[in-house]
Design a protein around this ligand. Sequence first.
Ligand code: GEK
Length: 248
Amino acid sequence: MALDRQDSKKDTLFASGDEPGTAFVFDERVVQVFPDMIARSAPGYELMVPMIGLLARRYGQEESNIYDLGCSLGATTLAIRDAVRARNVRIIAVDNSPAMVRQCRENMERYQGPVTVDVRQEDIRDTRFENASVVALNLTLQFIDRKDRLPLLQRIAGGMNPGAALVLSEKVRFENARSQQDQADWHHDFKRARGYSDLEIARKRTALENVLQPDTEQIHQQRLLEAGFSRVERWFQCFSFQSFVAFR
Ligand code: GEK
């Protein structure tokens, strides 16, 4: 069961009316359009989500916890829940946006499944990690203050079992100015092809400034190793969107 963008209201939040310069927040208005917004903004999102389900199928361990951090409306939680085969797992889905959590809980009620899902409204920096076999950070770490990223990853690693896997998906930036410009242009083309106007794209970029803070692939890889992961594999890239599996 997936949360399809066809079932979502169309995202026109930045088409008109918004005060330029207002910082982006995950509020009720964003919740209303979120499946459409993320599918039209994050190249590869619609592929990454079911693949995270497959990774959970491979790395999920019996009698363990699976965490979906920054779960939004629960798309990744549902993909994991439907794909996982290990018995007696519990999915803990965490988001600190009250509006997201409210709708996520409704979605879990609507699309019932055999795996227990515990949806928590909490800052993931306060989440306690224990007995984890799979942890998903799908496009969430980029919203966490940079100074808090390493401590968070260390605490996640500390709660993971041997053989467990963290899936980290992020928008990344590129050290090389030419690469950064090309990648930004290609991302812009993607959004334009999915129906956003140049004005909407520019307004969203301004709203996300200082809210979404991308790191380079090298920083991600080094930080994961420093946090206690033994090996990191990049399994996905579409323009500036990358995803890694980090093994405990
Ligand atoms: C998906 N993973 O559909 N604590 C908890 N949640 C947070 C925090 C925090 N400190 N900061 C941000 N969030 C999802 C998509 S969206 C990505 C993730 C995007 C939450 C925030 O409320 C939002 O729901 C989510 O992280 C990021 O697979 O919008 O680009």
